[in-house]
Design a protein around this ligand. Sequence first.
Ligand code: NAP
Length: 354
Amino acid sequence: MPETVLVTGGTGFIAQHCMIQLLDAGYDVRTTVRSVARATGLTALLAPHVGESVRSQIDRRLVVVEADLTSDAGWDEAVAGCRFVLHVASPLPLAMPKDESDLIVPARDGSLRVLEASQRAGVQRVVLTSSIAAIGYGRERDHLFTEEDWSNVDSPSIDAYAKSKTLAERAAWEFMRSLGPSSRMDLVVINPGLVLGPLLAGEWSSSGEAIKKILDRKVPGIPDLVFPLIDVRDVAAAHLAAMTTRSAAGQRYICALDAVPLREIALILARHYGPLGYKIPTRRLPKFLLRLAALFDHDLRLVVSEIGQPFLIDSSKIRRELGLSPRDVKEMTLSTADSMIRYGVVRDRTPADQ
Ligand code: NAP
């Protein structure tokens, strides 16, 4: 009989790709959502993306249950009988909230809820989705970042999201230490960079926002920013490998390519979609313009501190120990854009539509 893996946050971009890969790999999946009533279409959404043999069984093999990271209700039932838990859910808003605890509390306390329930239920391994935001933010970008690095939550330049991910991951490791060496349960952490790759429907994680804005020509130019990127299919593969690789216990893994300039993404889009009728902005946006705009926009103020900054990261550990060979920037950029056009997230300007 197939075993069941719990994936938290079944309405999310990364969680859905994890579920597809788990189902295709022969696992049954239980997933948590905040409201079952809002997730009635989940099976239909995933069905076209799984293998044919899974499709006919998906109603039986994918079960949706209710649990919110801010409440104890539902977590014991969610983890019951699972050997593996992928804890992916965490708030990832487009704009930072006025009160940073709106992000920190669900991220940190939610991770502890999932770990505590997993410990009570005899789960063997929890894989936690952390972020590069827990590694290289609120810090001078003066060295090659590795899994030894942590973001500085006391820095005035760190945003609420990076704080939430750092505090959640630190709390998770602290909880594991409190269990002591005799504990049967272990933890593996994946720290993805900015996640691109194919959307499964017309909803998108805020990480695709830059591509949407460029395709929609909602930005006058491209700021001098770099991002460590990774394709969502590789993030999901990393979660599955982290789940089953025995030696991964107690490890964190940076899951990203070297940081890529946003302008390189704009140029890839311009080369591919320009001939199809899209007017892709590619000129460099001067820093002074962003500084000016940042006077009126708090989120932009945090971005301005990143302008012109390098972000060197060492992703050799995940390649070496989990066997990941990530897709390149062109593939992840075009697959994001293609799916945004296919699902109507951005306007289709290709000749057939004109
Ligand atoms: P997403 O599509 O926005 O998914 C976030 C998920 O978290 C949603 O399912 C959301 O549920 C759930 N969630 C938020 N608050 C919750 C709460 N209080 N209780 C229960 N569930 C809650 O984002 P994603 O890109 O898939 O991100 C998934 C994970 O990857 C997060 O931990 C994020 O920090 C991490 N990550 C993402 C990126 C990236 O670039 N996308 C990079 C590094 C790390 P609702 O639908 O109900 O809101």
